[in-house]
Design a protein around this ligand. Structure first.
Ligand code: ASP
Length: 445
Protein backbone atom coordinates (compact mmCIF):
# COMPACT_ATOMS: atom_id res chain seq x y z
CA UNK A 1 0.00 0.00 0.00
CA UNK A 2 1.37 3.43 -0.86
CA UNK A 3 2.37 5.32 2.24
CA UNK A 4 0.44 8.38 1.20
CA UNK A 5 -2.99 7.28 0.05
CA UNK A 6 -5.07 9.51 -2.17
CA UNK A 7 -6.94 11.76 0.13
CA UNK A 8 -9.45 14.23 -1.24
CA UNK A 9 -9.86 17.72 0.11
CA UNK A 10 -7.55 18.72 2.93
CA UNK A 11 -9.42 18.23 6.17
CA UNK A 12 -7.75 21.02 8.00
CA UNK A 13 -8.55 23.94 5.82
CA UNK A 14 -11.91 24.60 4.41
CA UNK A 15 -11.37 26.14 0.99
CA UNK A 16 -14.43 28.40 1.27
CA UNK A 17 -13.74 30.22 4.48
CA UNK A 18 -10.18 29.24 5.34
CA UNK A 19 -11.44 28.28 8.77
CA UNK A 20 -9.94 24.98 9.97
CA UNK A 21 -12.39 22.11 10.15
CA UNK A 22 -11.84 21.48 13.85
CA UNK A 23 -12.74 25.13 14.59
CA UNK A 24 -15.95 24.73 12.62
CA UNK A 25 -16.78 21.50 14.46
CA UNK A 26 -16.03 23.19 17.76
CA UNK A 27 -18.37 26.07 16.89
CA UNK A 28 -21.06 23.50 16.00
CA UNK A 29 -20.48 21.73 19.30
CA UNK A 30 -20.71 24.90 21.39
CA UNK A 31 -23.72 26.22 19.47
CA UNK A 32 -25.54 22.87 19.77
CA UNK A 33 -24.76 22.54 23.47
CA UNK A 34 -25.70 26.15 24.28
CA UNK A 35 -28.94 25.90 22.30
CA UNK A 36 -29.79 22.55 23.89
CA UNK A 37 -29.12 23.73 27.45
CA UNK A 38 -31.18 26.89 26.89
CA UNK A 39 -34.11 24.90 25.50
CA UNK A 40 -33.73 22.41 28.35
CA UNK A 41 -33.98 25.25 30.87
CA UNK A 42 -36.86 27.17 29.35
CA UNK A 43 -38.96 24.74 27.35
CA UNK A 44 -38.19 21.20 28.50
CA UNK A 45 -40.80 18.70 27.25
CA UNK A 46 -42.49 21.44 25.18
CA UNK A 47 -44.09 19.75 22.13
CA UNK A 48 -42.44 22.30 19.79
CA UNK A 49 -39.02 21.41 21.18
CA UNK A 50 -39.74 17.67 21.04
CA UNK A 51 -40.89 18.08 17.43
CA UNK A 52 -37.74 20.01 16.56
CA UNK A 53 -35.58 17.30 18.09
CA UNK A 54 -37.47 14.51 16.34
CA UNK A 55 -37.73 16.09 12.89
CA UNK A 56 -34.68 18.36 12.66
CA UNK A 57 -31.79 17.99 15.08
CA UNK A 58 -31.82 14.21 15.48
CA UNK A 59 -32.13 13.46 11.74
CA UNK A 60 -29.31 15.93 10.93
CA UNK A 61 -27.07 14.23 13.52
CA UNK A 62 -28.10 10.76 12.35
CA UNK A 63 -27.40 11.51 8.69
CA UNK A 64 -23.89 12.65 9.61
CA UNK A 65 -23.35 9.57 11.77
CA UNK A 66 -24.70 7.24 9.11
CA UNK A 67 -22.41 8.81 6.48
CA UNK A 68 -19.43 7.91 8.66
CA UNK A 69 -20.65 4.49 9.72
CA UNK A 70 -21.54 3.65 6.11
CA UNK A 71 -17.85 3.53 5.17
CA UNK A 72 -16.55 1.77 8.28
CA UNK A 73 -16.74 -1.79 6.91
CA UNK A 74 -15.17 -1.08 3.47
CA UNK A 75 -12.59 1.16 5.13
CA UNK A 76 -11.65 -1.31 7.87
CA UNK A 77 -11.51 -4.17 5.43
CA UNK A 78 -9.43 -2.34 2.82
CA UNK A 79 -7.12 -0.53 5.23
CA UNK A 80 -6.46 -3.54 7.40
CA UNK A 81 -5.78 -6.04 4.63
CA UNK A 82 -3.67 -3.49 2.74
CA UNK A 83 -1.93 -2.52 5.99
CA UNK A 84 -0.99 -6.14 6.63
CA UNK A 85 0.01 -6.71 3.02
CA UNK A 86 1.98 -3.44 3.12
CA UNK A 87 3.93 -4.56 6.16
CA UNK A 88 4.69 -7.53 4.00
CA UNK A 89 6.97 -9.53 6.13
CA UNK A 90 5.26 -11.76 8.63
CA UNK A 91 8.01 -11.38 11.22
CA UNK A 92 7.56 -7.61 11.24
CA UNK A 93 3.80 -8.10 11.36
CA UNK A 94 4.14 -10.39 14.37
CA UNK A 95 6.34 -7.85 16.13
CA UNK A 96 3.94 -4.98 15.42
CA UNK A 97 0.96 -7.12 16.42
CA UNK A 98 2.55 -8.16 19.69
CA UNK A 99 3.60 -4.62 20.61
CA UNK A 100 0.15 -3.29 19.73
CA UNK A 101 -1.63 -5.87 21.90
CA UNK A 102 0.73 -5.37 24.83
CA UNK A 103 0.31 -1.61 24.60
CA UNK A 104 -3.49 -1.93 24.48
CA UNK A 105 -3.62 -4.25 27.50
CA UNK A 106 -1.10 -2.42 29.69
CA UNK A 107 -2.46 1.08 29.06
CA UNK A 108 -6.04 -0.12 29.57
CA UNK A 109 -5.05 -1.78 32.85
CA UNK A 110 -3.39 1.50 33.91
CA UNK A 111 -6.65 3.33 33.15
CA UNK A 112 -8.74 0.95 35.30
CA UNK A 113 -6.22 1.24 38.12
CA UNK A 114 -6.54 5.05 38.10
CA UNK A 115 -10.31 4.63 38.28
CA UNK A 116 -10.17 2.15 41.15
CA UNK A 117 -7.78 4.29 43.20
CA UNK A 118 -10.14 7.25 42.80
CA UNK A 119 -13.33 5.35 43.59
CA UNK A 120 -11.76 3.83 46.70
CA UNK A 121 -10.57 7.26 47.82
CA UNK A 122 -13.67 9.31 47.03
CA UNK A 123 -16.20 6.57 47.93
CA UNK A 124 -19.00 8.15 45.84
CA UNK A 125 -21.41 5.30 46.62
CA UNK A 126 -21.56 6.19 50.29
CA UNK A 127 -22.76 9.69 49.44
CA UNK A 128 -25.86 8.50 47.55
CA UNK A 129 -29.03 8.95 49.63
CA UNK A 130 -31.34 5.91 49.85
CA UNK A 131 -34.31 7.78 48.35
CA UNK A 132 -32.26 8.90 45.31
CA UNK A 133 -31.22 5.28 44.80
CA UNK A 134 -34.81 4.02 44.97
CA UNK A 135 -36.07 6.85 42.75
CA UNK A 136 -33.50 6.08 40.05
CA UNK A 137 -34.19 2.34 40.29
CA UNK A 138 -37.87 2.91 39.60
CA UNK A 139 -37.43 5.51 36.81
CA UNK A 140 -34.76 3.57 34.91
CA UNK A 141 -35.86 0.07 35.97
CA UNK A 142 -37.50 -0.73 32.65
CA UNK A 143 -34.51 0.41 30.60
CA UNK A 144 -32.21 -1.51 32.96
CA UNK A 145 -34.27 -4.68 32.44
CA UNK A 146 -33.82 -4.31 28.66
CA UNK A 147 -30.08 -3.90 29.12
CA UNK A 148 -30.00 -6.99 31.31
CA UNK A 149 -31.80 -8.87 28.56
CA UNK A 150 -29.07 -7.80 26.15
CA UNK A 151 -26.43 -8.83 28.67
CA UNK A 152 -27.97 -12.32 28.78
CA UNK A 153 -27.72 -12.58 24.99
CA UNK A 154 -24.11 -11.42 25.10
CA UNK A 155 -21.77 -14.34 25.15
CA UNK A 156 -18.58 -13.72 27.00
CA UNK A 157 -15.95 -16.36 27.52
CA UNK A 158 -14.64 -19.11 25.31
CA UNK A 159 -17.44 -18.52 22.79
CA UNK A 160 -16.24 -14.92 22.35
CA UNK A 161 -12.88 -16.31 21.33
CA UNK A 162 -14.43 -18.83 18.93
CA UNK A 163 -16.64 -16.14 17.37
CA UNK A 164 -13.59 -14.08 16.40
CA UNK A 165 -13.16 -16.57 13.56
CA UNK A 166 -16.29 -16.00 11.47
CA UNK A 167 -18.02 -18.88 9.69
CA UNK A 168 -19.39 -16.35 7.26
CA UNK A 169 -17.57 -13.00 6.98
CA UNK A 170 -20.51 -11.39 5.20
CA UNK A 171 -22.75 -12.30 8.09
CA UNK A 172 -20.23 -10.70 10.46
CA UNK A 173 -20.16 -7.55 8.32
CA UNK A 174 -23.92 -7.32 8.13
CA UNK A 175 -24.37 -7.59 11.90
CA UNK A 176 -27.05 -9.41 13.85
CA UNK A 177 -30.36 -8.23 15.17
CA UNK A 178 -29.16 -8.78 18.73
CA UNK A 179 -26.43 -6.19 18.15
CA UNK A 180 -28.85 -3.72 16.55
CA UNK A 181 -27.33 -4.47 13.17
CA UNK A 182 -23.87 -3.47 14.37
CA UNK A 183 -21.20 -5.53 12.64
CA UNK A 184 -19.16 -8.07 14.53
CA UNK A 185 -15.97 -6.05 14.25
CA UNK A 186 -13.58 -8.59 15.75
CA UNK A 187 -14.69 -11.15 13.18
CA UNK A 188 -14.40 -8.63 10.33
CA UNK A 189 -10.92 -7.70 11.55
CA UNK A 190 -9.88 -11.34 11.67
CA UNK A 191 -11.06 -11.94 8.12
CA UNK A 192 -9.28 -8.80 6.86
CA UNK A 193 -6.08 -9.86 8.65
CA UNK A 194 -6.24 -13.27 6.99
CA UNK A 195 -6.76 -11.71 3.55
CA UNK A 196 -3.77 -9.41 4.19
CA UNK A 197 -1.57 -12.30 5.29
CA UNK A 198 -2.64 -14.40 2.30
CA UNK A 199 -1.84 -11.51 -0.05
CA UNK A 200 1.74 -11.52 1.20
CA UNK A 201 2.01 -15.26 0.71
CA UNK A 202 0.98 -15.44 -2.95
CA UNK A 203 3.06 -14.32 -5.94
CA UNK A 204 3.16 -10.50 -6.22
CA UNK A 205 1.75 -10.54 -9.75
CA UNK A 206 -1.23 -12.61 -8.51
CA UNK A 207 -1.73 -10.33 -5.51
CA UNK A 208 -1.59 -7.08 -7.49
CA UNK A 209 -5.12 -7.10 -9.01
CA UNK A 210 -6.83 -7.58 -5.65
CA UNK A 211 -4.58 -4.99 -4.02
CA UNK A 212 -5.49 -2.50 -6.75
CA UNK A 213 -9.18 -3.10 -6.06
CA UNK A 214 -8.65 -2.73 -2.30
CA UNK A 215 -6.69 0.50 -2.87
CA UNK A 216 -9.54 1.85 -4.97
CA UNK A 217 -12.08 0.89 -2.29
CA UNK A 218 -9.92 2.64 0.28
CA UNK A 219 -9.61 5.81 -1.82
CA UNK A 220 -13.35 5.89 -2.48
CA UNK A 221 -14.03 5.50 1.26
CA UNK A 222 -11.67 8.38 2.02
CA UNK A 223 -13.43 10.66 -0.46
CA UNK A 224 -16.79 9.81 1.10
CA UNK A 225 -15.36 10.63 4.55
CA UNK A 226 -14.12 13.97 3.23
CA UNK A 227 -17.64 14.71 2.06
CA UNK A 228 -19.16 13.52 5.34
CA UNK A 229 -16.79 15.72 7.31
CA UNK A 230 -18.14 18.76 5.48
CA UNK A 231 -21.39 17.99 7.28
CA UNK A 232 -19.60 17.55 10.60
CA UNK A 233 -20.22 21.01 12.09
CA UNK A 234 -23.99 20.66 11.46
CA UNK A 235 -24.13 16.98 12.39
CA UNK A 236 -22.26 17.60 15.62
CA UNK A 237 -24.54 20.54 16.49
CA UNK A 238 -27.58 18.31 15.85
CA UNK A 239 -26.24 15.44 17.95
CA UNK A 240 -25.26 17.61 20.89
CA UNK A 241 -28.46 19.65 20.76
CA UNK A 242 -30.59 16.49 20.88
CA UNK A 243 -28.72 15.16 23.91
CA UNK A 244 -28.57 18.38 25.92
CA UNK A 245 -32.14 19.54 25.17
CA UNK A 246 -33.55 16.34 26.62
CA UNK A 247 -30.97 15.62 29.30
CA UNK A 248 -31.97 15.41 32.95
CA UNK A 249 -29.44 17.85 34.39
CA UNK A 250 -30.83 17.39 37.90
CA UNK A 251 -29.50 13.83 37.65
CA UNK A 252 -25.98 15.19 37.39
CA UNK A 253 -26.48 16.80 40.78
CA UNK A 254 -27.90 13.64 42.33
CA UNK A 255 -25.00 11.55 41.05
CA UNK A 256 -22.45 14.35 41.36
CA UNK A 257 -19.80 12.39 43.27
CA UNK A 258 -19.98 9.43 40.93
CA UNK A 259 -19.82 11.66 37.85
CA UNK A 260 -16.91 13.64 39.34
CA UNK A 261 -15.02 10.40 40.08
CA UNK A 262 -15.42 9.12 36.51
CA UNK A 263 -14.55 12.49 34.95
CA UNK A 264 -11.54 13.01 37.19
CA UNK A 265 -10.22 9.57 36.24
CA UNK A 266 -10.79 10.26 32.54
CA UNK A 267 -9.05 13.65 32.75
CA UNK A 268 -6.07 12.19 34.62
CA UNK A 269 -5.65 9.44 32.06
CA UNK A 270 -6.23 11.69 29.05
CA UNK A 271 -3.91 14.48 30.15
CA UNK A 272 -1.52 12.59 32.44
CA UNK A 273 -1.02 9.08 31.08
CA UNK A 274 -1.35 9.97 27.39
CA UNK A 275 1.05 12.92 27.68
CA UNK A 276 3.67 10.71 29.28
CA UNK A 277 3.17 7.95 26.70
CA UNK A 278 3.25 10.31 23.76
CA UNK A 279 6.40 12.00 25.06
CA UNK A 280 8.20 8.77 25.96
CA UNK A 281 7.19 6.40 23.19
CA UNK A 282 6.16 8.57 20.24
CA UNK A 283 8.64 11.34 21.11
CA UNK A 284 6.08 14.05 20.37
CA UNK A 285 5.37 17.15 22.40
CA UNK A 286 2.05 16.32 24.13
CA UNK A 287 0.57 19.77 23.50
CA UNK A 288 1.35 19.55 19.80
CA UNK A 289 -0.12 16.04 19.79
CA UNK A 290 -3.44 17.09 21.34
CA UNK A 291 -3.68 20.03 18.96
CA UNK A 292 -3.19 17.75 15.98
CA UNK A 293 -5.84 15.26 17.09
CA UNK A 294 -8.46 17.87 18.03
CA UNK A 295 -10.81 16.89 15.20
CA UNK A 296 -10.65 13.24 16.28
CA UNK A 297 -11.48 14.14 19.89
CA UNK A 298 -14.37 16.39 18.87
CA UNK A 299 -15.81 13.73 16.58
CA UNK A 300 -15.54 11.08 19.30
CA UNK A 301 -17.15 13.37 21.86
CA UNK A 302 -20.11 14.18 19.70
CA UNK A 303 -20.73 10.73 18.21
CA UNK A 304 -19.99 8.63 21.36
CA UNK A 305 -18.77 5.96 19.00
CA UNK A 306 -15.25 4.70 18.31
CA UNK A 307 -16.51 3.00 15.15
CA UNK A 308 -18.14 6.14 13.78
CA UNK A 309 -14.97 8.09 14.58
CA UNK A 310 -12.65 5.52 12.98
CA UNK A 311 -12.66 7.04 9.46
CA UNK A 312 -11.69 10.42 10.94
CA UNK A 313 -9.11 8.79 13.21
CA UNK A 314 -7.40 7.08 10.28
CA UNK A 315 -7.42 10.14 8.08
CA UNK A 316 -6.26 12.71 10.62
CA UNK A 317 -3.54 10.41 12.01
CA UNK A 318 -2.07 10.17 8.53
CA UNK A 319 -2.51 13.80 7.56
CA UNK A 320 -1.63 15.60 10.77
CA UNK A 321 0.78 13.22 12.46
CA UNK A 322 2.28 11.66 9.37
CA UNK A 323 1.73 8.09 10.58
CA UNK A 324 2.15 5.81 7.54
CA UNK A 325 -0.98 4.26 6.08
CA UNK A 326 0.20 0.71 6.68
CA UNK A 327 0.51 1.42 10.43
CA UNK A 328 -2.80 3.33 10.77
CA UNK A 329 -4.45 0.66 8.63
CA UNK A 330 -3.35 -2.03 11.04
CA UNK A 331 -3.41 -0.36 14.49
CA UNK A 332 -6.45 1.92 14.32
CA UNK A 333 -9.18 -0.54 13.25
CA UNK A 334 -7.89 -2.94 15.92
CA UNK A 335 -7.81 -0.09 18.44
CA UNK A 336 -11.34 1.12 17.69
CA UNK A 337 -12.59 -2.33 18.62
CA UNK A 338 -10.15 -3.60 21.23
CA UNK A 339 -8.53 -0.61 22.90
CA UNK A 340 -10.98 1.25 25.10
CA UNK A 341 -9.14 2.97 27.94
CA UNK A 342 -12.01 5.29 28.85
CA UNK A 343 -14.55 2.48 28.81
CA UNK A 344 -12.44 0.25 31.06
CA UNK A 345 -11.91 3.08 33.55
CA UNK A 346 -15.63 3.84 33.53
CA UNK A 347 -16.47 0.17 34.06
CA UNK A 348 -14.11 -0.15 37.03
CA UNK A 349 -15.45 2.96 38.73
CA UNK A 350 -19.07 1.99 38.06
CA UNK A 351 -18.77 -1.55 39.44
CA UNK A 352 -17.17 -0.29 42.65
CA UNK A 353 -19.58 2.64 42.95
CA UNK A 354 -22.58 0.34 42.66
CA UNK A 355 -20.97 -2.12 45.08
CA UNK A 356 -20.73 0.74 47.58
CA UNK A 357 -24.35 1.72 46.92
CA UNK A 358 -25.58 -1.84 47.50
CA UNK A 359 -23.27 -2.45 50.46
CA UNK A 360 -21.34 -5.23 48.69
CA UNK A 361 -17.83 -5.49 50.14
CA UNK A 362 -15.18 -6.03 47.47
CA UNK A 363 -11.84 -7.14 48.89
CA UNK A 364 -8.55 -6.76 47.04
CA UNK A 365 -9.02 -10.11 45.24
CA UNK A 366 -12.44 -9.08 43.94
CA UNK A 367 -11.10 -5.71 42.88
CA UNK A 368 -8.37 -7.47 40.94
CA UNK A 369 -11.10 -9.45 39.17
CA UNK A 370 -12.78 -6.12 38.38
CA UNK A 371 -9.53 -4.84 36.84
CA UNK A 372 -9.02 -7.93 34.70
CA UNK A 373 -12.66 -8.17 33.65
CA UNK A 374 -12.88 -4.46 32.87
CA UNK A 375 -9.86 -4.78 30.57
CA UNK A 376 -11.25 -7.88 28.86
CA UNK A 377 -14.79 -6.59 28.45
CA UNK A 378 -13.47 -3.28 27.11
CA UNK A 379 -11.75 -5.37 24.42
CA UNK A 380 -15.05 -7.08 23.62
CA UNK A 381 -17.33 -4.02 23.82
CA UNK A 382 -18.76 -2.68 20.58
CA UNK A 383 -17.55 0.80 19.62
CA UNK A 384 -21.06 2.25 19.55
CA UNK A 385 -22.95 4.45 22.04
CA UNK A 386 -23.44 2.51 25.30
CA UNK A 387 -21.77 -0.51 23.67
CA UNK A 388 -20.14 -1.45 26.96
CA UNK A 389 -23.26 -1.53 29.14
CA UNK A 390 -24.28 -5.21 28.54
CA UNK A 391 -20.72 -6.33 29.32
CA UNK A 392 -20.55 -4.06 32.34
CA UNK A 393 -23.63 -5.84 33.74
CA UNK A 394 -21.79 -9.14 33.33
CA UNK A 395 -18.80 -7.82 35.33
CA UNK A 396 -21.13 -6.51 38.06
CA UNK A 397 -22.83 -9.86 38.41
CA UNK A 398 -19.51 -11.65 38.49
CA UNK A 399 -18.50 -9.90 41.70
CA UNK A 400 -21.95 -10.03 43.30
CA UNK A 401 -23.32 -6.57 42.46
CA UNK A 402 -26.98 -6.82 41.33
CA UNK A 403 -27.32 -6.30 37.56
CA UNK A 404 -30.50 -4.23 37.90
CA UNK A 405 -28.38 -1.67 39.78
CA UNK A 406 -27.27 -0.41 36.37
CA UNK A 407 -30.53 1.62 36.45
CA UNK A 408 -28.85 4.04 38.84
CA UNK A 409 -26.32 5.29 36.31
CA UNK A 410 -28.25 4.94 33.02
CA UNK A 411 -29.53 8.52 33.13
CA UNK A 412 -26.01 9.97 33.06
CA UNK A 413 -24.51 7.34 30.79
CA UNK A 414 -24.71 9.35 27.57
CA UNK A 415 -22.69 12.25 28.93
CA UNK A 416 -20.08 9.88 30.39
CA UNK A 417 -20.08 7.90 27.14
CA UNK A 418 -19.22 11.04 25.16
CA UNK A 419 -16.26 11.67 27.46
CA UNK A 420 -14.95 8.08 27.66
CA UNK A 421 -15.11 7.67 23.88
CA UNK A 422 -12.65 10.59 23.55
CA UNK A 423 -10.12 8.55 25.56
CA UNK A 424 -10.91 5.40 23.65
CA UNK A 425 -9.90 6.94 20.34
CA UNK A 426 -7.07 9.14 21.64
CA UNK A 427 -5.53 5.99 23.11
CA UNK A 428 -5.63 4.35 19.67
CA UNK A 429 -3.75 7.25 18.11
CA UNK A 430 -1.09 7.25 20.86
CA UNK A 431 -0.54 3.57 20.10
CA UNK A 432 -0.32 4.13 16.32
CA UNK A 433 2.20 6.95 16.93
CA UNK A 434 4.27 4.68 19.20
CA UNK A 435 4.26 1.81 16.71
CA UNK A 436 5.22 4.13 13.84
CA UNK A 437 8.14 5.46 15.89
CA UNK A 438 9.26 2.03 17.00
CA UNK A 439 9.34 0.97 13.34
CA UNK A 440 11.63 3.90 12.58
CA UNK A 441 9.20 6.34 10.93
CA UNK A 442 9.50 10.10 11.40
CA UNK A 443 6.32 11.77 12.61
CA UNK A 444 5.12 15.24 11.71
CA UNK A 445 4.78 16.63 15.19
N1 ASP B 1 -19.16 4.40 23.24
C1 ASP B 1 -17.93 3.71 23.48
C2 ASP B 1 -17.11 3.67 22.21
O1 ASP B 1 -17.64 3.64 21.14
C3 ASP B 1 -18.17 2.32 24.02
C4 ASP B 1 -18.75 2.39 25.41
O2 ASP B 1 -18.01 2.69 26.34
O3 ASP B 1 -19.94 2.16 25.60
O4 ASP B 1 -15.90 3.66 22.27
Amino acid sequence: MADAPTIGANQNESKNSGMPLHTKIFIGLVAGAAGGILCNTFMKNDPVLLGFIKYVSEPVGRIFLNMLIMVVIPLVFASLSLGVAGIGNLKQLGRIGLRTMLYFLLVTAAAVTIGLVLVNTIQPGDALPEETKNGLMSVYGQQAAEMQGRAKETTFGIQTLVNIVPRNPFYAMAGKESTNGNPDMLAVIFFALMVGVALTLIKPERAQPLMRVLEAIYDVAVVIINLAMKLAPYGVAGLIFSVTARFGFDLLKALAWYVVTVLLGLILHQIGTFSVLVRLFAKINPLAFFKKVETIMLTAFSTSSSNATLPTTIMISQQNLGIPAKITGFVLPLGATMNMNGTALFEGVTVLFLAQVFGVQLDLGSQLIVVIMSVLTAVGAAGVPSGSIPLLIIVMQMVGVPGEGIAIILGVDRILDMCRTVLNVTGDVTCAAYIARSEGYELKA
